[in-house]
Design a protein around this ligand. Structure first.
Ligand SMILES: O=C(O)CCC(=O)C(=O)O
Ligand SMILES: [Fe+2]
Length: 495
């Protein structure tokens, strides 16, 4: 594994420069956002001088910013960027064994290393050398500091998208941009590996009432919530599907604490999975006159699409969209932007999958949360307040679950004020969107603001923007009896 040498890893001034492994900070003491790490173990060979500044090879720094929540979890301290890659097999999803062996590639701190701890005194920076920004960040809800995106990834993101999107508005209430891909293969691989390696992950388990029925959700995915600062999206949800049997069932992201017509941007990294959508079902008892958004004058699929109300989709069109799933193959670097009425009317899912390409997959969805309660809700369901307490897990470069970093205690909403370390990548993503003039992302939020973008129907009646590809939908019959519409290149494996 190549060494990451971070020349700008600046040590603090002498008054606070005594580095010790014996941190006694408790979990209740929030780390100071954007401060340099206070507790790090630095071995002699990991430091050198550059322009009069003491610099540290991050490979050799053991960050102890996050204390162990209990003595038996003292093995939770992670050596950043271990040198050897692990080869042991994946834990099965949902496995209950929390006893973790120290593994190569994601090592635990041992006594010998603690004994090698040195106190390092940094040199103060000179006036003409402005201190570089910290390269990792902390937040009250981070179980450990999260490193910044490596510069080569950040800079590649700014030149995205590598391909212009396809706009899909041909089905009732659908408004979706499909970038296939958005990031080039190298960047998306490095980005995916970075996220999997550096973020904390939590297993998701909770109860859900759907259509009047209580369901135990033991979604074997690993989720991390980060609050990112931004004027448009203010946080992101990261899912890790460790194997093809990790899945997420049909749902829509239409929570009341999001905007009315939320724009949700969903990135895919590493493994290939299908993204399957279908229109929400037409309630059996509903008539065409009571179903919102459905034309009261047209019940046939051949209704013409004009811009007046009569153009609302027919029951027949909706029924077809509800029974004919739309399938996208999500390869690394793909971005799907769901917007407008999509969340109110459509369900989406990641079905289980066997066979090639079903290795670990990372997904990030960027969202805009309108209330602090919303952020709390996401923490409750995705970080695990009272929902299982499986702990906070780390994964290594190769997708080996390699260490329980701690148990989840009370998670307090951090609001939206902290610049998460990987918010850096997020901000760059927003910049890239804005260059594409994806209007919802640039719109200031006010409750009576005008619609952020033309309705799908308006878009259909206008000439398509020159930068965008024309819509291309391959309709085909799947190998099963069910009819599916496959968007983009067909997936190699049917689910
Ligand atoms: O993994 C994906 O692509 C979708 C994730 C998703 O739908 C969600 O987190 O709400
Ligand atoms: Fe979703």
């Amino acid at each position: 594994m190549s060494k990451r040498t971070l020349d700008s890893f600046l040590l603090p001034p002498p008054s606070s420069s005594s580095y010790s492994a014996n941190s006694k900070r408790t979990k209740r003491d929030p780390p100071n956002p954007r401060s340099a790490p206070k507790h790090a173990v630095v071995s002699k060979s990991s430091t050198r001088k550059s322009n009069g500044i003491e610099v540290v090879d991050l490979d050799k720094v053991i960050d102890l910013e996050t204390p162990s929540p209990s003595p038996q979890l003292s093995a939770s301290v992670i050596v950043l960027d271990g040198e050897e890659a692990g080869t042991s097999s994946l834990h099965a999803a949902g496995e209950e064994n929390h006893e973790e062996e120290p593994r190569q590639g994601c090592k635990t701190l041992d006594t010998e290393k603690q004994q090698q701890t040195l106190n390092i005194t940094a040199q103060p920076p000179s006036f003409d050398t402005p201190p570089p920004p910290p390269l990792q960040d902390t937040h009250i809800n981070y179980p450990f500091p999260i490193p910044h995106l490596p510069p080569q990834i950040s800079s590649s993101i700014t030149s995205a998208p590598v391909k212009q999107p396809t706009t899909l508005t041909h089905l009732p209430h659908l408004d979706l941009l499909h970038f296939e891909p958005y990031l080039d293969a190298k960047t998306s691989r490095e980005y995916g590996e970075f996220l999997r390696r550096e973020l904390p992950f939590y297993r998701v388990e909770y109860k859900l009432t759907r259509f009047g029925k209580v369901t135990d959700i033991k979604t074997p995915r690993y989720t991390s919530v980060e609050i990112a600062t931004g004027t448009t999206y203010n946080y992101a949800l990261v899912n890790y599907y460790s194997t093809g049997s990790d899945s997420i069932s049909y749902h829509s992201d239409d929570e009341h604490f999001l905007e009315k017509q939320p724009a949700i941007a969903s990135f895919s990294f590493l493994g290939v999975r299908d993204f399957v959508m279908k229109h929400k079902p037409v309630p059996a008892a509903s008539s065409k006159s009571t179903l919102p958004g459905v034309s009261s004058s047209s019940t046939t699929a051949t209704a013409s699409r004009t811009e007046n109300d009569d153009d609302a989709p027919s029951l027949a069109e909706i029924t077809k969209a509800a029974t004919t799933p739309l399938k996208f193959s999500l390869r690394p670097g793909t971005l799907i932007l769901m917007r407008g009425p999509t969340q109110s009317h459509w369900l989406h899912s990641i079905p289980k999958r066997a066979g090639d390409g079903a290795g670990g997959r990372i997904n990030i969805t960027f969202r805009r949360n309108m209330t602090p309660a919303g952020t709390e809700n996401y923490y409750r369901y995705n970080v695990g307040v009272g929902v299982g307490g499986d702990g906070v897990w780390k994964w290594d470069e190769r997708g080996e679950r390699c260490g329980c970093v701690g148990r989840v205690g009370t998670v307090v909403s951090g609001g939206s004020s902290s610049l998460g370390e990987w918010a850096l990548g997020f901000v760059l993503d927003v910049g890239a969107y804005q260059r594409l003039k994806v209007q919802p992302l640039a719109r200031p939020h006010t409750s009576n603001a005008p619609p952020p973008y033309p309705s799908p129907r308006k878009q259909m009646s206008n000439a398509p923007p020159p930068a965008l590809n024309t819509m291309r939908i391959n309709k085909h019959r799947s190998s099963t009896r069910r009819e599916e519409q496959v968007v983009g290149n067909p997936s190699p494996t049917a689910h």
